[in-house]
Design a protein around this ligand. Structure first.
Ligand code: TTP
Ligand code: MG
Length: 364
């Protein structure tokens, strides 16, 4: 009992995140690109290209290029960059090799995105010093095996570990022990916290809350008044409190595909058929990963860049194309307006469970 209690009080969680993942793999495969700005994403077509940047290396980031930016804008910022198409198959293969290495180093592991994972190393490491040594070892094994660097954050929970892994990127290692959580978080902007996006950040800034320290010190009852149940959650996060477990079986947080049309379109048939195609690609990826999903999201970006998403959670887990296409078409119908031209459509699946876990769910 005592032992249990100690263990749950003193958690040591690592967050491992690969550095500029897609472009790092491209540089590894093509050493001649090293040192040059490299961008992976849609075809820039001399500034006329549609679609977005998936990622870029740190040399390209110096020109202000970043993930999600229109590829035409990236091209204007650095015309001499090496622009490459996305090679999902290769990146997926490298990611699964890295994940299998990481699993060996953890009591529990949880893949959280294509290039990131949480590792619970509480009993493996015992204390932060040993966890630091373990992290160095992980970095070395990944580099020796894959010739890729990663950044690691070590903290008492997932929330702080994830912020820590981003703190000294690239090739970083940041340890935040229990006693340092408050001072580590206090000067960082509130946008570093999970779920605080641009809109919420603006609202908080208007209330005079800029840093996580400001948020931690803010009157909880006012936060609850302004943000409802989320208010208390924000306050907890700001104090560095997060009890969510590192949970094996819940693999990548989501898988998505999107397409930017060559020309903005109001052709509803084309939009729906394009979504059908995206569903096929997604389903293939989900099945190859031995996963099942429940939540489906459709994204539509209109000509003026106004972007809407609609989601639906099914009452069952599935990986059937039919279920996905039906849900996606239903969700898309609510966006389609004959007079509005569409620039981009996307489909995403989330709330995964792995095939292994699905079996236990069915049996139990
Ligand atoms: P990230 O880990 O967010 O980014 P990164 O690894 O490229 O760079 P960093 O060193 O800052 O971690 O995402 C992992 C991969 O996911 C990234 O290489 C490309 C892909 N990705 C997209 O395709 N679109 C996006 O908007 C983002 C953020 C990532
Ligand atoms: Mg990364």
């Amino acid at each position: 009992m005592d032992k249990h209690k100690r263990k749950s009080e003193k958690r040591i969680v690592m967050h491992v995140d690969m550095d500029h993942f897609f472009t790092a793999i491209e540089e590894r495969e093509h050493p001649e690109y090293k040192g040059q700005p490299v961008v992976v994403g849609a075809d820039p077509k001399d500034g006329k290209g549609r679609g977005v940047v998936s990622t870029c290396n740190y040399e390209a980031r110096r020109f202000g290029i970043k993930s999600g930016m229109p590829i035409s804008k990236a091209w204007k910022r650095c015309r001499t960059a090496v622009f490459l198409p996305v090679n999902y198959k290769l990146y997926g293969k490298v990611a699964s090799e890295i994940m299998s290495v990481l699993r060996r180093f953890a009591d529990e592991s949880e893949q959280f995105g294509i290039d990131e994972a949480f590792l619970d190393v509480s009993s493996r490491a015992g204390d932060f010093e040993a966890a630091g040594r373990l992290a160095q070892q992980i970095k070395k094994v990944i580099f020796d095996k894959e010739k890729l660097t990663c950044s690691i954050g070590i903290a008492p929970n997932k929330l702080v570990a994830k912020i820590a892994s981003d703190f000294e990127k690239p090739d970083g290692l940041t340890l935040v022990e229990d006693k340092d959580v408050e001072s580590f978080l206090s000067r960082l902007p509130v946008s570093k916290l999970w779920g605080i996006g641009k809109k919420t950040e603006r609202r908080l800034n208007e209330m005079g809350i800029k840093t996580i320290g400001d948020l931690a010190a803010y009157d909880m009852s006012i936060l609850a008044e302004k943000f409802g149940a989320l208010g208390a959650h924000f306050s907890q996060m700001a104090q560095g409190i997060d009890r969510s477990p590192v949970q094996a079986g819940w693999e990548a947080k989501s898988m998505s595909r999107d397409v930017t049309f060559e020309e903005d379109t109001s052709d509803q048939k084309l939009v729906l058929e394009t979504l059908d195609g995206l569903c096929e690609e997604l389903c293939k990826e989900v099945r190859e990963s031995n996963l099942f999903f429940r939540t489906i999201t459709v994204k539509i970006r209109y000509k003026n860049f106004e972007t809407h998403t609609h989601s639906k959670t099914l009452p069952f887990l599935t990986n059937r194309l039919m279920d996905l296409q039906k849900a996606v078409r239903e969700l898309a119908q609510s966006f389609l307006q004959p007079e509005r031209k569409i620039r981009l459509v996307g489909a995403k699946v989330s709330r995964f469970v792995s095939g292994e876990k699905q079996k236990t769910l069915i049996c139990s």
